[in-house]
Design a protein around this ligand. Structure first.
Ligand code: SF4
Ligand code: SF4
Length: 279
């Protein structure tokens, strides 16, 4: 079954590789140069503004708040009529976060704060999340990577955050881009936490199902390289061109998924693919 046309499209923009942390489980820790960022913001903004219909731009990195022109980019995107969301390690100052909330107030997006316990103090992180939720017009959630060591603590952490009114989601740990070999008991524990980002699944397979990724969702990096979704980038298939050199082409409709492992939360959670029975 082809899901209905998604009214709002979503772009995941990995706008920099720069990060102030070096988490042991970071999927980007083997990136050659972790000091790169999108430099030609005007051309990126022109390309995003030229997308057909309504779009949300989901900023991530690296750590997007470490992009030297991060708040200017947010402002320009907002002025271009785009919804702006962000995935962040939440280490930015309160002043920067408050400015983000202010800039996005008219059409707020999600702030997803990743709790990295190798760097962040949990009590301080929770207090900051509660403070930010009080000034941000959009939703706020906290995510935490379910390493083998952390997994037993996640139910308690989830209860604590949710008692304070903050949604808490687990993320499976990945090595070499695949979910680590959790034991059956660990998988059960992860599913009891809601699976990957509350999708109810850990590493689902939607191969062959029509998916709007490529037409109403795509990913783009700091150089403008665009792909249908994360598995497409991994396998260097279904490249959509480059946003900055005029070769970018959006797909026209829902096309069959070609991959046996979907780690893209946006298409799953926005109804862009029929997820029933996918795991
Ligand atoms: S904060 Fe995110 S991008 Fe930075 S090192 Fe940790 S996992 Fe990687
Ligand atoms: S991997 Fe996921 S996002 Fe990509 S085409 Fe398949 S279902 Fe869609």
């Amino acid at each position: 079954m082809t899901p209905r046309y998604p009214i709002e499209g979503v772009v995941s923009w990995n706008m920099n590789t720069t990060c102030n942390y070096r988490c042991s489980y970071c999927t980007q820790r083997f990136v050659d140069d972790r000091g790169q960022w999108a430099r030609d913001l005007p051309r990126f903004l022109d390309a995003f503004r030229a997308l057909p219909g309504d779009w949300e731009i989901k900023l991530s990195g690296g750590e997007p708040f470490r992009h030297p022109d991060f708040l200017d980019a947010v402002q320009a995107l907002v002025e271009g009529g785009l919804r702006v969301s962000v995935v962040t390690n939440f280490s930015a100052s309160e002043a920067e976060l408050a400015r983000f909330a202010e800039l996005t107030r008219a059409r707020p997006g999600l702030l997803s704060a990743s709790l990295h316990r190798e760097y962040a103090d949990t009590d301080a992180f929770l207090a900051k999340a509660v403070w930010f939720a009080g000034i941000h017009a959009g939703p706020v959630c906290v995510t935490c990577v379910a390493t083998r060591e952390t997994l037993p603590e996640l139910p308690g952490l989830k209860a604590r955050f949710e008692a304070a009114g903050i949604a808490f989601k687990a993320q499976p740990e990945k090595q070499d881009r695949d979910v680590i070999a959790y034991t059956p008991a660990e998988r059960d524990a992860l599913l009891a936490l809601g699976g990957h980002a509350n999708t109810g699944r850990i590493d689902p397979d939607f191969e062959g199902r029509p998916c709007w990724a490529g037409a109403r969702y795509f990913i783009v990096d700091h150089r403008g390289e665009a792909f249908r979704c994360y598995p497409a980038r991994r396998y260097r298939t279904e490249r959509l061109g480059n946003l900055l050199d005029g070769t970018f082409r959006l797909g026209r409709g829902a096309e069959p998924c070609r991959y046996t492992y979907c780690n893209c939360v946006v298409p799953q959670s926005r109804g862009m693919v029929d997820t029933r029975g996918g795991q």
